[in-house]
Design a protein around this ligand. Structure first.
Ligand code: PLP
Length: 358
């Protein structure tokens, strides 16, 4: 506390990211990073860009990267926005597209940053509970479409921390129900098996789809996120961006992300390993009696009918494995576990077996 803080600062409850331990020997299954290194082509492009040209500002509009991202999905560059991680893209989207003075709706269990942005920008919000199966129910968002009394909708798909998917038909229904407000679909984990809403962008002027290089492209440390939407939505984001920071992506981030996007082989291989090891981990955990939500992400959400999640997390930690335990009325029984390498998944299973049966 300080008398120098603005009233806003007193009211903030900042997001708490998962632990980044100082000790290197821990097996990190707590923040959904990729267990594989980034594409060697991305690393090479970054190395090549570390030279004399770093004295120059980067392209403020990251044009080459936006054009490539657009080509990747069949959209023009002016339908693409990029930012310093998708967290920044989301923050700008909340400010540019959702601050209408009416409640923004998102699930009670989802990415906890959404609440934080609402507080930062003084956007009122309402939490819509997931059903008992931890599923998003579209009808629960249908307040009164004519009264227009909602500021927008934010959905993570697959949802975090559950890993569960909302079908494209359901996303279509959400977009149709709320034609006068923006629907943000946060697809941080879409590459691990879910269907993307990007093909709907051309059809729905109220859709913004946000993705990231942090998870499926193993570049969390580079900080590159992006969004697809119709040009006027993107222009709104760009206006806020250019009122805040003209250069959110540095030179290394722009070339690294571009090279990563072009390395299709690295991408398909690493995704297939994670999908394979997700199945291994799920069947192993089932044998140990865990309840596991169906996941299309690079993590799974699990609970044990007998063993307490807090204790399990602590016991794993003393055995050098960290997983994420989110404390909350509905989340406390659950652990969120990132899919690591095959070796890490097998070690997790043998460690849990030892904990459960010793
Ligand atoms: C990890 C994550 C992000 C943020 O990703 P960055 O691009 O690293 O900022 C956004 N949304 C969800 C749901 C995430 O899990």
């Amino acid at each position: 506390m300080s008398r120098f803080w603005s009233p806003l600062v007193h009211n903030l409850t900042p997001y708490i990211p998962g632990e980044q331990p100082k000790c290197k020997d821990l097996i990190k299954l707590n923040t959904n990073e990729s267990p594989y290194g980034p594409s060697p082509k991305a690393l090479e492009a970054i190395r090549k860009a570390t030279g004399e040209t770093l004295r120059l500002y980067p392209d403020p509009e990251s044009f080459a990267l936006r054009e490539a991202l657009g080509q990747h999905v069949g959209l023009p560059a002016h339908s693409v926005f990029v930012g310093n991680g998708s967290d920044e893209v989301l923050a700008l989207a909340f400010q540019a597209l959702l601050a209408h003075g009416e409640d923004v709706l998102f699930p009670d269990i989802t990415y906890s940053f959404y609440k934080v942005y609402c507080t930062l920008y003084a956007i009122p919000y309402r939490l819509v509970p997931l059903d008992a199966d931890m599923t998003i129910v579209v009808d629960d968002y249908s307040i009164d479409p004519r009264s227009n009394s909602c500021g927008g909708i934010v959905i993570a798909n697959p949802n975090a921390p559950t890993g569960k998917v909302l079908s494209i038909d359901n996303i279509r229904r959400l977009l149709t129900l709320h034609q006068n407000r923006v629907v943000i679909v946060d697809e941080a984990y879409v590459d691990f098996g879910a269907q993307s809403a990007v093909p709907l962008v051309k059809e729905y002027p109220n859709l913004l789809v946000v993705q990231t290089f942090s998870k499926s492209r193993a570049l969390a440390g580079l900080r590159v996120g992006f969004a697809f939407g119709q040009p006027d939505l993107i222009e709104g984001l760009t206006r806020v961006k250019n009122s805040f920071n003209s250069y959110p992506l540095d030179r290394l981030a722009q070339v690294g992300a571009l090279a990563s996007l072009q390395d299709k082989e690295w991408f398909t291989n690493t995704i297939s390993f994670i999908v394979r090891d997700r199945m291994t981990l799920i069947s192993g955990l089932k044998e140990l009696g865990f309840v596991i939500l169906p996941s299309e992400a690079n993590f799974i959400y699990v609970k044990h009918p007998v063993h307490d999640a807090t204790k399990l997390a602590v016991l794993l930690r003393t055995r050098s494995i960290i997983v994420r335990h989110l404390i909350g009325p509905r989340t406390s029984p659950w652990l969120r576990i990132t899919i690591g390498t095959e070796k890490q998944c097998l070690l997790l299973l043998s460690t849990l077996r030892e904990i459960l049966y010793s």
